[in-house]
Ligand binder design. Sequence first.
Ligand code: FDA
Length: 314
Amino acid sequence: MLGPVLLTASRSARTRAAVEGFAPTRKVVDRFVAGETTAEGVATSRELAAAGLAITVDHLGEDVTDLAGAQAVRDAYLELITGLAPLALEAEGGRSGAAEVSVKLSALGQALPLDGHDIALRHARDITEAAAVAGVWVNVDMEDHTTIDSTLAITHELRETHPWVATVLQANLHRTEDDVEAMAKAGARVRLVKGAYKEPATVAFQDKADVDAAYRRHVATLMASDATPMVATHDPAMIELAVATAVAARREPSSWELQMLYGIRTDLQREHAAAGRTVRVYIPYGTDWYGYFMRRLAERPANVAFFLKALATS
Ligand code: FDA
């Protein structure tokens, strides 16, 4: 019950002001967010890379409503890529893609009236070109279902010149069955997630068991294809399935990834990296943490309990 309420709150300006204005919140946010500045995001990336983890870094922000805001996000990514460039160069054996950035198109102007799609494409292209020069890869994050056609079209355009540009498919959505098939055929890098947005029954499974069953099917399809599956979950059952399926498909460790979020199941992240698997950690940083933070609370009652305990003891 609590999850949907928190997901609704993640879009409410009034709740946002209350949560952001509450000083003790910061302590809890720090568990999931690697600081506010580019320097802090890069420093955390360095620490995790030194521990043998690949990284994907998100300059937090979404739902930007004017062109200046979208340009500022683009510029923040250009600064981030400059900060990550040495890390990409130093990666063991010059491993390309050891450092990646994750971008949300709604932060790059996708929702602007009239030409939001083109503005977001232009900004995403600027980021991709700078990333290519720096040896950094790019992932286009997936947001709510109304944005998917535009996000897939933009990813498709970017992949024509830079085939390592990846995107995300969400197992909770009915359409994902077809999208997985298309991405598998295209041999794309695909991050598979369960889906973090509150979606209506017309487009999405509402039962967790249905989402999990779809997730399993998509892991099998992607692992059996020429795609690079990036299995992004903290669910031990899904991780076990991915490992077993990759072994059965005789996949090289560099041909698929496990991905987890910063601050969540750090033990699992290190355990799988130590076993020789590619584990990429999603590192968010920045001041605009509200939507991201609320989605993390919504996913897991234990996170809410952690939040309440931290408030009670502050
Ligand atoms: P789920 O929430 O189904 O939980 C299953 C089990 O996993 C739990 O019983 C527990 O054992 C374990 N678990 C889950 N959360 C845990 C926690 N906080 N602490 C400890 N154990 C935990 N979504 C989206 O819509 N668009 C996107 O672009 C992305 N990007 C993205 C990147 C990466 C790297 C990850 C890991 C996730 C995303 N997501 C996302 C979020 C995703 O859709 C989903 O909401 C979360 O990953 C939660 O689902 P899980 O599969 O982790 O487990």
